[in-house]
Design a protein around this ligand. Structure first.
Ligand code: 2AL
Length: 282
């Protein structure tokens, strides 16, 4: 949702829009009451300074968080956000690690009597396991403070995904793309692209989009993905079909490696009806 729309919604509608970020009335009300926001940065800065979640609020909010490594069920906005956050982690890519995670989750639940919560976006399974082991050794008060912080991080990342900047270019996914039609020398707009991660159970879609007037997709999937193999599939057949142009390529599939979880990956496609190329952009 665009920030300008969020700014003008009735309070009850604005609250419904942001509640999937975290189901805590005090947080939702503070975000809604802070409107209007001059920019997305102002919104995020306002949300970032909301006082920490209390133990009671944590207990209520955790009811909506599935275990790490377990696919959230249903088609609620929260389940979709959670799926997207967990998709980049790559639990499906390694059965042994998945087993360790299941054991760690069980140990955590036995010790603290609640789901182990961690901001999943941008983290790999080994990193999550390391945190899990460290946190199992913490006393209750320290651990409660850490859960409150993780919940706040998740809420902020979700809010970032829910409210888009009005000025294009402000919100960017970890992997972006750009399609240039080298036959016309123009950006290729309206090209459908899917982004998939290579998991233990095969390729799994983690994002999709359509190139804008400038040939770009700035929001192709999660804002952070884990190290691993990914692929983009460009529906070049439909693109050329819509122009009545014959092409040799019904689709173009580009497979690539994300080797640095913190670096930005830009995967451009330069396409003509009978040749294409790509490169690692940034
Ligand atoms: C989650 C979740 O659903 N998203 C996230 O970042 N962490 N769940 C969890 N148990 O930590």
């Amino acid at each position: 949702m665009l920030l300008s729309i969020f700014n003008t919604l009735e309070p009850v509608e604005a609250a419904a829009a942001v509640r999937p970020a975290v189901d805590v009335d005090r947080w939702v009300d503070a975000v809604v009451d802070g409107r209007p926001y001059a920019s997305r940065e102002a919104l995020l800065a306002h949300a970032a300074q909301i006082p920490a979640f209390t133990d009671q609020e944590i207990a209520a909010a955790l009811a909506h968080h599935p275990r790490i490594g377990e696919k959230p069920k249903g088609d609620s906005a929260e389940a979709e956000l959670s799926r997207s956050e967990q998709a980049g982690v790559g639990v499906d890519r390694d059965a042994q690690l998945a087993q360790k995670l299941a054991e760690g989750n069980a140990a955590y639940e036995a010790r603290f009597d609640r789901v182990f919560l961690i901001r999943a976006a941008g983290r790999s399974v080994p990193e999550i396991l390391e945190n899990l082991e460290r946190r199992l050794g913490q006393d209750e008060a320290t651990e409660n403070a850490e859960v409150a912080d993780q919940l706040a991080q998740i809420a902020l990342l979700r809010l970032e995904g829910i409210v888009e900047a009005d000025a294009a270019g402000d919100t960017r996914s970890h992997i972006t793309t750009h399609v240039l039609d080298t036959g016309t020398g123009r950006p290729a707009s309206g090209v459908k692209v899917t982004l998939e991660a290579n998991t233990d159970s095969g390729w799994q879609e983690i994002g999709r989009g359509e190139t804008d007037d400038d040939g770009r997709i700035k929001n192709l999937g999660p804002t952070e993905v884990a190290i691993g193999h990914y692929r983009c599939t460009f529906d070049t057949g439909a693109y050329y079909g819509s122009k009545g142009t014959e092409t040799f390529f019904p689709a173009v599939v580009i497979e690539f490696t994300v080797a640095d979880a913190l670096a930005h990956y830009h995967v451009p496609l330069l396409i003509s009806p009978f040749a294409y190329s790509t490169y690692r952009g940034s």
